[in-house]
Each structure stands twice: as C-alpha cells, then as structure tokens.
Write a protein that binds this ligand. Structure first.
Ligand SMILES: [Zn+2]
Length: 808
C-alpha cells in the first residue's frame, strides 16, 4: 500500500518508516490530544489518547463528502482507486470507533504512535550503529594477529580521464579517522607488472561532515594508469586495492549516423520555454501533448511600493493595495511641508496622488513622526495604500519632507511576460500516454537563476521527438515509456532572474511580515526556496539545510508544500507509473541521489537506500555519466557522485527526497556545469552533454521496464580472525537485494536483508559459526527473483549453502 509503484523488494520491506512519514506531516502526542477543529458533535477528544493515520475506504465522492462533514482530521491524501476513494484520517481510538459506528469502513492503520516511537528508536540506533561501527573497526584493527583486518580499508580507487588529464581518485576509511587528523599517503604502481610506488604517491584527507568522520578522499593527476594502489596507515597497517576505470569510453556510440541533435541556440525565458514545448506538441501530435499542471503560480507581479526617508525610526513604508500593473504603479506619495507654523497632519488624495501635509510647530519646523504619518495615510488614503513603520520600528522619528514619489512594483519584463498567476506546463512524450508505460519525469528550474538546466530538458525533448521517425533506439524509448518533461517549475522566479535580478534563486512570493522585510527594500530577498518546501525530511521534520527566515536563500516557506510550484511537482510525482526522475540544477557537475538530508547535531541521516538500491543507483549512474562524458570528455568525478548528503550538503525538504521516500521513484539530481549563467559557448556544451545523460536515463528506464532477466548470486566464505567463525559475503550478477536465513529456514521477504558495510563501502561481511547453513535468494529492481523462486516460505528452490571454508 505505501509504495504502490516501488520495486518489489522495497514494497516488501518491514516497517517502512519513510512511508510512514509520507502519509502524515507530523503526529505528535500534543497534536493528537489537541481539540479537533470540528470533532463529531457527540463527544470531544479523550485526553491522553494518541492518534493514528488510518485509511478510510469510501464508495465514492459522496462518501468522501460525508466523511469531511464529520469534521474528522484528514491529511491531504485522497486516492481514487478502481473501487472508490481512499482517504487518510488522523484519528484517536475513540474517534475511530465513532467513525465505524457512523457506518464508515476503516482500512489499514498507516502510521501509529508506535511508528513515531520506532522512528525515534531508529534514530538512536543509527547513532549507536555509527559509534559501534567505528569502535568495532578500531578494536578489530588493534588485534595484531588478526589475518582479515587492517585499520585502513580502501573503499574506491578510480582512474579516469577528464579533458586531457588522467586522474586517480581514492577513498579510504581509517579506524582512527574520527579522532586523528592525519592525511593518508597513497602509493601507486605505473601499470600491470610494475613496482608499487613506481607511479608516485598522493595524499588524501579526511572528509568530516557535521563532526562525523566519513572517510578520507582525494584526487590527483597521474601520468600512467596504475593497476594497484597501496595505503600504509600511520600505525603500519596496509591496504591494497585494484584500480577500477571510472566511466570508460564505450565501444559503440549511442548515436547512429543521422541522429539529430543541437536544437538550442540561446538561453530561453520561461515564457519561451513554454512556447517551445507547445510548438513541439503541435508539431508531433501523435507523440506528445501539453499538460497544464494543476496549480498556477502566484504570478510575476508585486504591489507598488516605496520607502520614504532614510533613518529607520523616521522611515515610512507604503504599499499599493492594487498590484503594480493594475494601477499601483500610478500612485504617488508626497510628504509636504505646509510652510506656516502650527499646521496639523492631513492627507489629500487627488486622483492617484496622495499628499500628506506634515504637522509643524509654532516656528514652522516639521513635527510629524513616522508613526503619525503612517496613521494619517491609512486613514486618509486607506483605499489606495497600506502604510507601516519600517521593519517593526515604533516610528518615533520625525519624518523629513519628501517630494512626490511614485510607487513602483519595479518589474522590468516586457508586457509579453504575463503578470497573472502563471500556468506551469509539462510536455508529455510517448506513443502511449495512458499510464500503462513506465513513467520518467525530468524537471528543471526549481531555482530561478539556473538557466542551463531548462535547456537540457528542451534539447532532450527535441531529440526524442525529431529522431523518432528514423532512429530505432529512439522509437524504442517512445514506444515503451511515458516521459514527462517540465522545463521550468518556477517561472515567476525565472522571469525575475532574466529581467530584474539575475541571482534570484527562489520564487517571488513574499511571506515576510510587515514588521520584517516586507517593504520595498526587501524585495530581492523574498521568496521560498522551492527545493526546500517538500514533505520528506524537511525543516519542519527537524532536518538540516533549510531556513525559517523569509529572507534566507534556503527559506523553507511557512509549511510543507505551501507553494504552488511544489504542489505541482508533488502532483507530477504522484502519477502512479512514474518510476524514474531527474531533478536538473546547476552548478558543479554533480550527480546525486537520496538521502539528501540529515539532522544535526549527530548527522542522523534520512534512511540510506538498501545495498541493492545503492548498487542500482551506481550502475545506472555509470551509464548516464558515460553518456555525458562522450560529448567532450568531461567526467563527473566519483567524489561528486553519490547521495546528496554525502557529496554536497544536507538539503532538508528537497524534491529528490520526496520522490524517493514518498513515491518510491528512483530520483536523481544533476548539478549541471560550472556556473549559473555561463557564456553561451559553455552553456551550449553543458546542454549537449547533460542531454546525452538525460537520454541515457530514458534508456535505463526502458531497460528496467523490459527487464526479465533473473539475478544470480554466489556465497563466498573466507577465514575469520575469531576462532570457530568464518566470514561470509554475497555477490550478485546485477544490482539485486539478497534475503537470507542462518537458521535453516526458507528465506522470504521478511528474512534478513543483506546490508552495506558502511557509507560507499559495498556489501557487509557476516561473521558466523563455521558450518552454519545459509539459505538465500536474490531479487532485482524490476522484481525478478533468482531461480524463479516464490519467496513465500513454501518454495524449495532457494539457494542453499554452508559456511565452510573452501578446500584449498
Ligand atoms: Zn539549484
């Protein structure tokens, strides 16, 4: 139920806490016992009861209306199914009983008080596990007789070319890394058969985030491709690893002769982006259509404003009641010195001109304070303007006379840019756009100033549509996928970035209070960071990397999904067939996935993907990044590939996390290129290379949709340093989850899931008594099970093995 479109293994995992948080914003005991706004009339809330989120199964819309009429607390989830409507109610046991008595049918409880407790327990377990992991590692490493442990472990050693450079990137974990600040020295050979050290050395440094040591990392240019690298830790322990090639050049070009590309010739404003996809849909009516998303933005528009005066205590802020383009810009205000002494404050309105006659003393000096002028304006011209003192000042300063000053919305876009709430459009591409095909979503310009990512989406849409008729591989994609491309999620901010304030990041909605930065001088700081306003692991859930300040660059908004831009993306992601997504940003040449947030001070991460999901992410990543590299040999580095919170920073409430945790979508994020608005030649290259990557994502999705290949797995047994024990690991032929038992029982989806050894470290090592029976099966992302085993506990054809050392 919580993951209707997710890969089977995740759907079957026990207690998906992420799913639980997806269906309710926050159920605290306090909220649960607070009076409901319109509780059923016969009884109030029962003190001390806690609430659960429960499905209510309804015949149809009339049933939903009846449910709403009871005043029960519903969250925003209403799902229309074949059988009717499923709503989610936040109810205590006595409220649930009243609903049942009133004839409503309750379904599953989706989130219970114990889930909340479990989430807290999970958090504590995560912290404890980090600490224990480091302690174990350090303890094992301190045993000088142990044959299978070293205090240093090489996680990745990647060789790649980028431009004309050859680069070696190394990541390693050292048992003392939390407490000691040493760098590590990496020695390398100079190719097969050469001596260790002959290729030179490089140092790698600690990667510490939020006070937690993660691993050492570093990259250096080399003159030859090494085969092996070696690290000798400061305590004398040694680790050796084989060097892998990162993003090798593929043998065949993905683009056959005649493949058409290169369709963008300049940056495009949101108005132009939308016009372009409308043209495309009109030109290819059999393959594409335009979808207007359900929520219009708040509009590229503002009230006309002015701030009169210079010293804060004597400043007067004035806003038009009308939008600037609807008359506000015609209004002017004057603070006039009446001349003779003993005048009183008065206001005259002539047409749209407001004249404030200031008060004077007997000598003719002005005596009106800012607060007095504000009061006079609001009473004398309150049908035209609203006045207020500056940023919460009591306004006790005497104002200075001011000449006639026009109020202005200060918006410079030509009239061809609409000032109305703006529709947001996506182009839907595919031969069968009926929801039966695997869906892929690409979306750009959550951040207004990032001008290249929208071009990547346009270039991709054009390549898909213009190559369909003559390129078999493109035809395969459009015949088998349902592709949604939204080139600009934030058109208001986008227009503002093009015409008014190029470094605009957020939308244009002013949530600042009149006592804050709501005045004319604050206008470039307003807005919500659209990519911090989503529902999972958000600021409102206590996660890091977003702000509650209305002027911050990462302002999360007043509440989750408060913004129409975010509601639109939530709507897109809730298309039930969408399984893959790409969130296009700039800049930095990153390629990332979840988790994208953690909570401080302990760096408690949102749940990490399973080992199988992680390996699926890495596998698809190498295809996508290889395609990117084909354009001009630009390599997205291993250090910039991985979970957002590992390689970049915590970004509470970002969209990638919502798509992954709430909807089970394989959600990636591009950070395209080197800057927000590079020179055109560079922007053009970035567009071409990341369009290669986005097309390759479509191919990943297509392969997933047609994947019928069953995974295969092997069990490896190795000596342990503990007497009587052996070390067991699993290997799989493709990204796949392994479920196993050690008690002789048949494995099911409830059995233990083979896990990761740690951040970026691959599969864990299980230490078990020699002779232990191991039963297991593997299942891939598309749900194919090894040997066609039915993992219900009754089948016999699971894999069987014994933890004994191979005879040597
Ligand atoms: Zn961005």
């Amino acid at each position: 139920m919580p993951y209707p479109q997710s890969p089977r293994w995740r759907r079957r995992l026990p207690v998906p806490l992420a799913a639980a948080t997806a269906v309710v914003l926050l159920v605290s005991p306090a909220a649960a016992t607070a009076p409901q706004p319109a509780a059923p009339a016969d009884a109030g809330p029962v003190a001390g009861e806690q609430a659960s989120v429960v499905e209510v199964l309804l015949d149809g819309t009339a049933g939903l209306d009846a449910l709403v009429a009871t005043g029960v607390d519903l969250d925003h989830h209403v799902e229309r199914t074949e059988d009717g409507v499923v709503a989610h109610a936040v109810v205590t046991p006595s409220e649930a009983a009243r609903l049942t008595a009133a004839g409503f049918t309750l379904g599953d409880a989706l989130y219970r008080p114990e889930d909340s407790r479990a989430r807290i327990a999970e958090r504590e377990a995560t912290i404890a596990a980090h600490v224990a992991e480091n302690r174990e590692f350090a303890a094992a490493a301190s045993d000088p007789t142990a044959p299978d442990v070293s205090d240093v472990k090489i996680i990745r050693a990647d060789y790649y070319t980028s431009g004309t450079n050859q680069i070696l990137s190394v990541e390693a974990k050292w048992a003392q890394g939390q407490t000691a600040s040493n760098t590590l020295t990496v020695e390398r050979d100079s190719g097969p058969g050469t001596a260790m050290g002959s290729g030179g050395t490089q140092t790698i440094s600690r990667f510490v985030d939020a006070g937690v040591y993660l691993y050492h990392r570093g990259a250096a240019t080399v003159t030859a491709r090494p085969e092996y690298v070696r690290i000798t830790s400061p305590t004398g322990d040694v680790a050796v690893a084989k060097v892998q090639e990162w993003l090798p050049t593929p043998e065949t070009s993905p683009e056959p002769p005649g493949y058409q590309k290169d369709f963008v010739t300049s940056y495009l404003t949101p108005t132009e982006l939308y016009a372009r996809i409308h043209q495309l849909a009109a030109e290819f009516p059999d393959l594409a259509e335009i979808v207007e998303l359900p929520y219009k933005t708040n509009g590229y528009r503002r009230h006309a404003q002015a701030v009169l005066g210079t010293a804060n205590a004597s400043r007067v802020a004035v806003d038009s009641l009308a939008w600037g383009h609807e008359g506000g810009n015609d209004i002017s205000v004057e603070l006039a010195n009446p001349g003779p002494g003993n005048a009183t404050t008065g206001v005259t309105v002539t047409g749209s001109h407001i004249r404030v006659n200031l008060a004077t003393d007997a000598a003719g000096a002005v005596t009106s304070t800012a607060a007095q002028v504000v009061a006079a304006l609001n009473s004398g011209a309150g049908s035209l303007v609203r006045a207020y003192t500056y940023r919460g000042s009591p306004g006790t300063g005497v104002v200075a006379p001011a000449p006639r000053t026009s109020l202005t919305d200060d918006l410079s876009a030509p009239a061809s840019v609409s000032r109305d709430p703006h529709p947001v459009y996506a182009i839907r591409i595919g031969k069968h756009r009926d929801g039966t095909k695997t869906g892929v979503l690409a979306y750009a310009q959550e951040h207004a100033r990032e001008w290249v990512p929208p071009l990547v989406t346009i270039e991709t849409a054009e390549r898909l549509l213009r190559n369909y008729a003559h390129d078999g591989r493109t035809k395969q994609l459009l015949n088998n996928l349902d592709i949604w491309i939204a080139p600009s999620i934030n058109p208001d901010g986008g227009h503002y970035s093009f015409y008014d304030f190029n470094s605009q990041r957020k939308n244009m909605t002013n949530h600042c209070p009149l006592t804050g930065a709501a005045d004319f001088l604050g206008r470039d700081s307003w807005g919500v960071d659209v990519n911090r306003n989503y529902t999972e692991y958000s600021l409102f859930d206590g996660y890091s990397g977003a702000s509650s300040s209305c002027t911050s660059g990462t302002y999360a908004g007043p509440s989750e999904l408060s913004e129409p831009e975010d509601k639109n993306l939530d709507w897109l992601a809730s298309r039930p067939n969408i399984k893959f997504s790409m969130n296009l940003h700039s800049s930095g040449n990153y390629f990332m996935w979840s988790p994208g947030a953690y909570a401080l001070p302990d760096r408690t991460s949102a749940p990490r993907p399973s080992l199988a999901d992680e390996s699926f992410f890495w596998g698809a990543s190498s295809r996508i990044l290889t395609a990117i590299k084909q354009h001009r040999n630009m390599a997205v580095t291993p250090a910039r590939t991985g979970p957002i919170s590992d390689v970049l920073y915590s970004a509470a409430g970002n969209s990638g996390d919502m798509l992954w945790y709430k909807y089970g979508i394989y959600a990636w994020n591009f950070e395209v290129g080197t800057s927000f608005q590079p020179q055109w030649n560079e922007a053009h290259d970035e567009t071409m290379e990341f369009a290669n990557g986005l097309v390759e994502l479509m191919r990943v999705a297509r392969d997933y949709a047609s994947d019928k290949k069953r995974p295969e797995s092997t069990l490896t047994v190795a000596p342990s340093s503990t007497p009587g024990m052996v070390n067991v690991t699993f290997d799989v032929s493709e990204p796949a989850a392994v479920f196993y038992t050690l008690d002789g029982g048949a494995p099911t989806y409830e059995s233990t899931l083979y896990g990761s050894a740690g951040v970026r470290e691959g599969g864990e090592t299980l230490t078990v008594p020699a002779g232990t029976r191991v039963n297991w099966f593997s299942v891939d992302a598309a749900g194919n099970v090894e040997n066609n085993y039915q993992p219900d506990g009754n089948g016999k054809n699971y894999r069987k093995g014994q933890a004994v050392l191979p005879i040597s």
